[in-house]
Design a protein around this ligand. Sequence first.
Ligand code: NAD
Ligand code: UDP
Length: 340
Amino acid sequence: MKKQILVTGGLGFIGSHTVVELIQENYEPVIVDNLCNSKTEVLNRIKKITGVKPEFIELDVRDEEKLSKVFASHNIFAVIHFAGLKAVGESVQKPQLYYDNNIGSTEVLLKVMDKYNVKNIVFSSSATVYGNPKRVPIYETDPVGEFTNPYAETKVRIEEMLIKLSKQDPKMNIAILRYFNPIGAHKSGLMGEDPRGIPNNLMPYVTQVAVGKLPELSIFGNDYPTKDGTGVRDYIHVVDLAIGHVLTLKKIEQNPGLVIYNLGTGVGTSVLELVHAFEEANGIKIAYKMVGRRPGDVPECYANADKAYRELGFKTKYNIVDCCRDSWNWQKNNPKGYDK
Ligand code: NAD
Ligand code: UDP
């Protein structure tokens, strides 16, 4: 019998790539998503890649009644909880929306899991919980909680909620995964990141400049105390990240209790390095200009990824050039994302 994995937000960028890996590893994903930042076309793409169209139920995770019906009618082994809003700028404009959606959905999810005696959960946290890190690379034991925006605050609060729950209920297995900067796309060119409107994040902005949708990239600050003055991040290929979830499920199967992992490459890449890698990988020039710093940005953020390697066997396969090639392959084959 295949293990059923409930994947909240499973039609989104990271969720969809994880669903593909789950299917390929013989799990049975059951997707719930309210489509606030995704499209059902993703299901056809997953079918093209894997031969399997996963089950999908359209619902908001905050809808306790509908969510309960999903648990009642399935035999859920574990939940991977991706559903959430993630735009930092929007969270500053609409903090309540972020508290309601991200924290509210997790509260409902945990309540329903308890009702149906489901004890296993993997949660999508973020390196943003480290705030402005005191040192790089960042270890899991480094301080968290100095959030700089409501989005980050929701991740910190949910982590606190999960840590408290693990103390109250020793039968719970909880994996908190702190993602660094996911980019790249499935190598088939059938799945990738499809942001609404003008992208906030670097890689989708670069690919939209490359495809001619946007005239030029603005680089936010070249006076940081970094190798070339531009911000440094840990860019991780979304397929590596997806594989990290499968390895985490294998860990969950050993009843580990509470575990926390950084999922990154351990390599810091500057904005300029990323732009040059993109140009070299794809033979396209990216027009850019230097502008002032973006408020709230930290100079450097990259992981020490040793713990995930030691305990999960997690080791990234793809480098920054692979990421740039796959992001561009997705964008050029799908200039309008999942829209026809
Ligand atoms: P995404 O927006 O592509 O996917 C999230 C999915 O959740 C979307 O399909 C959306 O429709 C759905 N959703 C949102 N609220 C929902 C709700 N209340 N009920 C049901 N569905 C809902 O984002 P992503 O990049 O795939 O991110 C997945 C998770 O990983 C998020 O929790 C995000 O905060 C976290 N994360 C992302 C990044 C990143 O840079 N992409 C970095 C760190 C952490
Ligand atoms: N960045 C940039 N121009 C953009 C978007 C991002 O220079 O249009 C920079 C940003 O300042 C940071 C890096 O690229 O140094 C990664 O930003 P992103 O928003 O992708 O991820 P973050 O780490 O901020 O979550």
